[in-house]
Design a protein around this ligand. Sequence first.
Ligand code: V55
Ligand code: FE
Length: 488
Amino acid sequence: MTAPFPKTMDYQGFNAPNRIEAQIYDLVVAEGEVPAEINGAWFRCIPDPQYPPMLGEDTYLSGDGMVSKVWFENGHVDYQQRYVMTERLKAERKARRGLHGKYRNPYTDDPIVQNLDAETLGVTRTAANTTPIWHGGRLLALKEDGRAHELDPETLETKGVFDFGGKLRTATMTAHTRYDPETGELHFYGYQADGIASKTVSYCVADKDGNLIREEWFEGPYSSLMHDFVVTRDHVIFPFFPLTADLDRLKGGGHMFAFDPEAPTWFGVMRRDQSVKEMRWFKYDDPACSFHFMNAFSDGDKVFVDFGRSTAPPFPFMLETSNLDITPGSARSAYVRWELDLSANSDAVKETVIGPPGDFPRVADKDFMREYEIAWYQRFDIEQGPPNIVGPVGPGFNTISRLNVKTGDLRSFGFGPHRTIQEHVHIPSKQDGHEGYLAFVVDLHETMGSEIWVMEAAHPENGPLARIEIPMRLRCQVHGNWVDADQF
Ligand code: V55
Ligand code: FE
């Protein structure tokens, strides 16, 4: 018999595990109309733990991966969600209980699944719960602690672990890959590429058909939680924020990551046409942390990187281990542009502020890697009302914004005191000069229900074009991606 989940933020209220594999045909459109030109699949990854944590407590980020598919067809919308059948989930279901200890600490696992082998750890322990991507005709579910899982795009059935036909060496693959809209290539990396807490980072490229054509390894300054990286037409940028892993702490049963605001942040920059051996290093001495990059572009030897820079990580469980007097709300952040000048003799970065703090930055796929104007991201605005707790960080976002990074123009929609939003996806339009659409799940805190909203990407301030009812509560997703119908 399965015991109740812990009475903590990660498992209660909107964060209560859902665990329902579902298929809902033709959702009810409660208000407005879904534009008929939207045709395709929106895939989303949701951590959704099958069992209560073995040690009595764990983070949201450890939940078993559930993949959802929202299918749009001529104004109709269907919903489906299904677990990724990882080795982790299979072992848990066989034992009918949780078997894994602390977040990313295999030393705390039950002997039934304990495996300290660097080669297979990324296969056996990952929950595949962070990002679904479509590349080379494959649907992959990713989490940065392991290998990808390939899923059937029609049924969401798990086909198995995907290792590029046995070619991939890195034990880990990031959940934040970078797609090159000009070449069709997928750029990605893995940190802790050759074992738990190692400093080794892999840099990989797959061609447009999904064949691995490049894999190089290098050593970072420390073993950092490198959640995202960013690529331009000419350069690759690897960020090292001082949120670091320590093998002795892990062996002692502690947490994977702790934040050290005294340590510098390093950005490694290489040319795409050179090797990782030619990496140039830039340094930032003030406390810094970030999880997601908005975009980046190069202009000759100058590289411009846009992201939400904070003074501390947002996850409460990471702050707890750091033994710092930092509460989640006390971090200071802003959207910034860092200029890295490869022709200068200095390793300093030049920072300018481009927007208020937030997260989940997204630009149109066509704008990846090049100079751009428009980005959409989410913010918490106290004017909307006090925080509602949802997701792994705590307070959920209640505002969606369209930022023009050239003019600073910010167009926002606020969701009021009883609604929060999950990550939005951008859906391109086929009409000339049309900015496309945004779609996202809205959490309804009064009724503990969920809706999907579709908005004009150019005018989020106008509110929803369509409000689509979901007849169940959806747990908070991490990331999602849009795949147009003509890509299948
Ligand atoms: C993040 C998410 C993760 C994780 C580490 O959003 C970082 C950041 C869902 O899993 O393991
Ligand atoms: Fe992320």
